[in-house]
Design a protein around this ligand. Structure first.
Ligand code: C5P
Length: 255
């Protein structure tokens, strides 16, 4: 009896270790700093806890491209979130450069010509192109302000752009966790969903409007969670990242 209980305990611990490792792969930490020194210090502080980083517009002109290369040299995965929006020839060239750098994820806007030229620019490289649907900092009022009719909901617009991206052969979309399960089911699981706007219970939403907890996002089917300030502004970022990973692993177990 005691032997059986010990085996069960070992099994459950092994499952936990496996789930934690799976959860860790799904976490992308947004390095929204204004200097490379600050971003580098955060990566050092997070150590082995985090293996995937997002470099965005805030770091771009501070040397973000070189820093992205530095992260790749440390065997980290890199999401370059530059949200490209330009004519097709420019998009093809820009995406081809990201592919040459060995970048893992890259964002472009959800316009057919841009999406098609991004796929062409990527060629046979192992770079995932992600379509920005509707920023998680936007709600119904914001999309009306952009000129969409009041009858169109945020979810309608997200779904419209996700379907377009899927038909063009894009790998995934950036969408809030609130739309994740819908996108997963309409694409029969083919589209990867990467969700920002993640806030652990009790964390302030700040400028984010369509938010979910790490657990809710995992349960909704988000493949990757992009988390910035709740980790990078924490008193102990490594401990906070670990807490979030454990929450994600628990949600994965409950699924
Ligand atoms: O600090 P926080 O967790 O809100 O950071 C979210 C990150 O995700 C930011 O770097 C932001 O630029 C990015 N993002 C987003 N909404 C999108 C696409 C990207 O918040 N739709």
């Amino acid at each position: 009896m005691a032997a059986l209980a010990a085996v069960r305990q070992t099994d459950s611990r092994q499952i936990d270790v496996q789930l934690i490792a799976e959860a860790r792969k799904k976490l992308i930490v947004a390095l929204d700093f204004s200097t490379i020194d600050e971003a580098r210090a955060m990566v050092e502080q997070l150590g082995e806890e985090v293996g995937f980083y997002k470099v965005g517009l805030g770091l771009q002109l501070a040397g973000g491209d070189r820093f992205a290369k530095e992260l790749k040299d440390q065997n980290k995965r890199v999401f370059l979130d530059y949200k490209y929006y330009d004519i097709e020839e420019t998009i093809r060239n820009a995406v081809a450069r990201a592919a040459e750098m060995g970048i893992d994820f890259l964002t472009v806007h959800g316009v057919s010509g841009i999406l098609r030229s991004a796929v062409q620019g990527r060629g046979s490289a192992d770079l995932k192109i992600l379509c920005v649907t509707v920023l998680t900092s936007m709600d119904a009022e914001d999309i009306q302000e952009m000129g969409f009719p009041p009858t169109m909901t945020v979810e309608d617009l997200v779904v419209h752009r996700a379907v377009k991206a899927m038909n063009i052969g894009i790998d995934g979309v950036i969408a809030s966790a609130l739309e994740a399960s819908k996108i997963k089911s309409l694409s029969s699981g083919k589209l990867m969903v990467v969700s920002p706007g993640i806030r652990p219970e009790g964390s302030p939403p700040q400028d984010q409007k369509r938010v979910a907890t790490p657990s809710e996002a995992v349960k909704a089917g988000a493949d990757y969670l992009v988390i910035g300030r709740p980790i990078t502004d924490a008193g102990n970022p490594r401990e906070e990242a670990n807490k979030i990973i454990v929450e994600m692993a628990n949600a994965m177990r409950e699924q």
